[in-house]
Write a protein that binds this ligand. Structure first.
Ligand SMILES: NC(=O)c1ccc[n+]([C@@H]2O[C@H](COP(=O)([O-])OP(=O)(O)OC[C@H]3O[C@@H](n4cnc5c(N)ncnc54)[C@H](OP(=O)(O)O)[C@@H]3O)[C@@H](O)[C@H]2O)c1
Length: 232
């Protein structure tokens, strides 16, 4: 059954991390085009963010940035309807013996600790809106139901953990109306995905954007790819 969704996001406020390039940039543009006021997170002042969005300086490893941005959204809008935890780093191939410790720390810091801190600060604001949404941009590489081999342990485990955050948010706040979902965007042609990737960025942003339009009562606590629920 097709989940209940908003046709447009007029009057709603969204915050997207890592919105200066790749999938996050496309998600920010999609939400803007659907009428939302979009705060586009960028960790550097030299990064460009999409026209028609509000650029906010947001390195997800910096709790001070996170607090400042969430406080700023509250001061400007008194509401936040959508948080898209998209920012991520990779580093692929090595097994756990070869994986540099610096990469383990950085990957878990950006991909898992970052979204946890985003939620720590943004959930109170999301709960003010009926059906506030968290969209966690995860990866099939972190799905325990898919074969866990081929290296990249830090990346895989960061995404397994991110899926754990989704399940936790649903368990803890689902009865209060929060809608939290994880999504695998597929293998997408971005700096991270590389030129050989199967899908254009528009396709990679499609299901994350779709999840951001869920209405109160729509499914929560699930892992999605191509608008279908997949196994954790
Ligand atoms: N591409 C794929 O095939 C694929 C597949 C599965 C899942 N994903 C996931 O999709 C998401 C987006 O990936 P992508 O392919 O669009 O990657 P990308 O093109 O490499 O873009 C990554 C984005 O994250 C930002 N970022 C990195 N570290 C950050 C930090 N500390 N704070 C804030 N922003 C930070 C980057 O900003 P800078 O420009 O400043 O570096 C950039 O905006 C990631 O979570 C990724 O794991 C991608």
């Amino acid at each position: 059954m097709e989940p209940d969704r908003y046709d447009d996001l007029d009057g709603q406020v969204a915050l997207v991390t890592g919105a200066n390039r790749g999938i996050g940039r496309q998600i920010a543009e999609n939400l803007r085009d659907r009428g939302a006021t979009v705060y586009a997170g960028s960790r550097s002042v030299t990064n460009e963010t999409p026209e028609g969005t509000e650029r906010v300086l947001l390195d997800v490893t910096q709790e001070g940035d996170i607090e400042e941005v969430v406080d700023g959204v509250f001061a400007d809008q008194s509401r936040l309807d959508i948080l898209v935890n998209n920012a991520g780093v990779g580093g692929f191939g090595d097994d756990i013996v070869a994986e540099p410790t610096e990469r383990i720390d950085r990957t878990l810091g950006v991909n898992l600790r970052g979204p946890m801190l985003m939620c720590k600060h943004a959930v109170p604001l999301l709960l003010k809106s009926d059906g506030g949404r968290v969209v966690n941009v995860s990866s099939g590489m972190g799905a325990l139901g898919e074969e866990q081999s081929g290296g990249s342990p830090a990346y895989r485990i960061s995404k397994t953990g991110l899926n754990g955050l989704t399940a936790y948010l649903d368990g803890q706040y689902g009865d209060d109306g929060l809608i939290a979902n994880s999504v695998c965007p597929g293998w997408v042609r971005t700096d991270m995905g590389g030129e050989e990737a199967a899908q254009p960025v528009e396709k990679g942003a499609e299901t994350p954007t779709w999840l951001a339009t869920f209405k109160p009562g729509a499914p929560s606590g699930k892992f999605w790819r191509d608008k279908e629920v997949i196994d954790w």
